[in-house]
Design a protein around this ligand. Structure first.
Ligand SMILES: Nc1ncnc2c1ncn2[C@@H]1O[C@H](COP(=O)(O)OP(=O)(O)O)[C@@H](O)[C@H]1O
Ligand SMILES: [Mg+2]
Length: 232
């Protein structure tokens, strides 16, 4: 039986133009990585080593210079702009360090928003009940009709997780999701992410400086001089 791979990177390289001399800086060099369905991975390493670059590539927010990236068995380089936007919307959820909730929209409106990007129109009633259900599950059901500014930092970040999950993605990518939280809220968010991974089988890739969170993930990766290393 062929095991389901959620993400497969094969010899992926990525450079960025250097601001000063117009030269190029190799951020990732021939990186290969397979993430199986339901796996959890942490990505650690010093600032600027390429963690966000790796995550952005996995989430089709950026494209590699060379190499290939398969998401759910599909070669992302062969997708039209529209098809890749559809894949991003339906298969991949993102959580960033900053919640990026719209301040003028309620928490409920915010978390429902990604459903509008689905290739096939979702039933608004179903989206709403899923949103309310998820908000309750993460302990902020009572805040559904409030605005992000009325929530604490930890609550806002939990709303951002719900927004990332609203379209039932198979892959959740989180880039320093606890980076702006105090220790208590960081622990709670870490538990939430791990719980989602375990209960819902959602594959999880987390960039983090939080050692506790990194240690709880099934696999631990780091990037050094453009190379990906698996830590034990
Ligand atoms: N869009 C970009 N344009 C130019 N340089 C970039 C861009 N994105 C990242 N870089 C550079 O690539 C390197 C890796 O960045 P990044 O992946 O954000 O690191 P990390 O997330 O590990 O801190 C850094 O030197 C950064 O300045
Ligand atoms: Mg980063």
């Amino acid at each position: 039986m062929v095991e389901t791979m959620i993400v497969e990177l094969s010899s992926v390289s990525k450079s960025f133009r250097d601001g000063n001399d117009g030269g190029k800086r190799r951020v990732l060099e021939n990186v290969s990585l397979s993430v199986k369905s339901g796996e959890s991975l942490s990505v650690v390493g010093h600032s600027g080593c390429g963690k966000s670059t790796l995550l952005n590539l996995m989430g089709i927010l950026d494209v590699p210079d060379s190499g290939s990236i398969f998401i759910n068995g599909q070669d992302t380089s062969k997708l039209s702009a529209k098809a890749s936007a559809s894949m991003r919307a339906s298969d991949i959820g993102f959580v960033f360090q900053s919640h990026h909730l719209l301040p003028q929209a309620t928490v409920l409106e915010n978390v429902k928003l990604p459903s509008l990007a689905l290739p096939e129109k979702a039933d608004p009633q179903q989206v709403e009940s899923r949103a309310l259900d998820l908000l309750s599950q993460v302990g902020i059901g009572d805040h559904a009709n409030q605005f992000p500014g009325q929530l604490s930092g930890g609550e806002r970040q939990r709303a951002a997780v719900v927004r990332a999950l609203i379209n039932k993605p198979s892959l959740l990518l989180a880039d320093e999701p606890t980076g702006a939280l105090d220790a208590g809220n960081a622990d709670e968010l870490a538990e939430l992410l791990l719980d989602l991974n375990e209960r819902e089988g959602i594959s999880l890739v987390v960039v983090t400086h939080n050692d506790d969170l990194a240690a709880k993930m099934g696999r631990k990766l780091t990037i050094q001089s453009g190379e990906l290393h698996e830590l034990r």
